[in-house]
Design a protein around this ligand. Structure first.
Ligand code: HEM
Length: 420
């Protein structure tokens, strides 16, 4: 793979991405970063390339990056509580974060890494200085708290933004729940993602406190043109994700209709859930049980009614007097065929927090989904939380809901319309 020409590499990397969304950056960046050559680009198990020079534009004036963008390999997700009650402070924060994200997505530091004055404090923490943009995207979300009585923005509140109701099987921990604001950094290098969140949190000091965070790896959903990755239960995840642009238009983006705030046009809603897996229990269950839980085969990822991964599941097929796909399997409960056509764009990541107090592996899924109506998640999770066979092996321990504004044009900042 390392013998590929630069143009070939860029062609592969850019496949399936909307026009203008990706800028392949040439060698020799500002800021002294080393330029990548072919040897820097490792081929991975699934044959995809990781090109650390891929840059996603920030000032698109349409959708924020990090939603339809082909899913990167690593994430750092963090939510924040606003410590100010000043509307102006919030405005300054969003403007500073926007300028910072634009720099970071271009692979540039947010301040001087090497101040010339010996007593100067570096404006950028420096750990991503030589790493390139690495496909970084940082996606901002506004939680319900932004529109409470602190900032006088109630009349600008996105129509469907409200705290999620208590859902069946919720085992939410307060310290892993909520947040006035969220930032999700996704990148093909974990240090680039970590650096972005660290430096944005630093830019927000005095205005926000950190609330909860998850560092995720090994993307756990497939987007258009991507090989399907696997979650920590070993199953392919994302086979039937929302991938086609027409589906994304229909189920993900807000278009200013249905009484939605005009300033949210081109935006979306995001639900994040930290879902812990009881890994040891899962690992000791037999393959038949595992496949019945999901309604798919483990190796191929085929629906139990078919043979190949992308065979359309047949929820009516009966084998030996029983449904081939158990009605309480995860896919039977979640499929659009059985939910009045509801679809959400899943963009999750695996996570690990090491081991817990009992010495068991502490790991699971950072479930992240985008949709133009949060009730889609509520309806699906009401069903899944009530009867999903998977419940024996998982617990939803963290949760957040956010309105995701559209991306600004050059010279503007995220959420600027709130202050008009
Ligand atoms: C740890 C928790 C979860 C795991 C391990 C998991 C895993 C999977 C797997 C392996 C599939 C089949 C492959 C695919 O089509 O992507 C799937 C499908 C799906 N999951 Fe999950 N999932 C989890 C949580 C959730 C939650 C919380 C929701 C929404 C409330 C959800 C919604 C869906 C949907 C909509 C599908 C597609 C079903 C279809 O159209 O066939 N999942 N999930």
């Amino acid at each position: 793979m390392s013998g590929l020409s630069t143009s070939r590499r860029r062609l592969i990397q850019g496949a399936g991405v909307g026009a203008g969304a990706v800028v392949a950056v040439g060698a020799g960046f500002a800021g002294g970063r080393a330029s990548a050559d072919a040897a820097d680009i490792p081929a991975t198990d699934d044959g995809e390339l990781v090109d650390l020079n891929v840059e996603h534009a920030f000032y698109t004036g349409s959708h924020q990056a990090g939603i339809e963008t082909p899913q990167q390999r690593h994430t750092v997700f963090m939510t924040f509580d606003l410590t100010t009650t000043s509307k102006q402070d919030l405005q300054v924060l969003l403007a500073r974060w926007s300028a910072g994200i634009a720099q970071l997505q271009a692979g540039l530091p947010v301040g001087s890494v090497q101040p010339t004055n010996p007593s100067g404090v570096p404006g950028d923490t420096g750990e991503a200085y030589d790493l390139g943009p690495a496909s970084l995207t940082v996606t901002l979300g506004l939680g319900p708290g932004v529109f409470d009585d602190r900032f006088g923005l109630a009349d600008k509140k996105p129509k469907l933004l409200a705290d999620l109701p208590q859902l069946p099987s919720d085992r939410l921990r307060p310290e892993l729940t909520g947040g006035d604001l969220s930032l999700q950094a996704c990148a093909d290098d974990p240090q680039v993602a970590y650096h972005a969140i660290r430096d944005l949190a630093r830019l927000g000091r005095g205005t926000v406190n950190t609330r909860w965070t998850v560092m995720g790896f090994g993307r756990a959903s497939a987007g258009k043109g991507q090989t399907t990755p696997r979650n920590l239960m070993g199953f392919k995840d994302g086979t039937r994700n929302v991938k086609e642009p027409a589906q994304i238009d229909e189920h993900v983006w807000l278009d200013g209709t249905d009484g939605e705030q005009a300033w949210m046009s081109g935006g979306s809603y995001m639900v994040a859930r930290k879902i812990q897996m009881n890994i040891e229990i899962w690992d000791s269950s037999d393959i038949t049980n595992q496949e019945q839980v999901f309604g798919r085969t483990k190796g191929e990822g085929a629906p139990l009614s078919g043979k190949k991964e992308f065979d359309t599941p047949d929820f009516h097929k009966v084998v030996d007097g029983k449904p081939a796909i158990p009605p309480t399997s995860h896919v039977a409960l979640a499929a659009p065929e059985n939910n009045d056509g509801i679809r959400i764009l899943r963009r999750g990541y695996n996570y690990t927090d090491g081991i817990n107090d009992l010495g068991f592996l502490d790991a699971g899924l950072l479930f992240v989904a985008y949709m133009n109506d949060p009730d889609s998640f509520v309806k699906l999770q009401t069903k899944l939380g009530g009867s999903d066979k998977l419940n024996e092996y998982i617990a939803h321990i963290g949760s957040g809901i956010f309105a995701v504004p559209p991306a600004p044009k050059k010279g503007h900042y995220l959420g600027e319309a709130l202050f008009a």
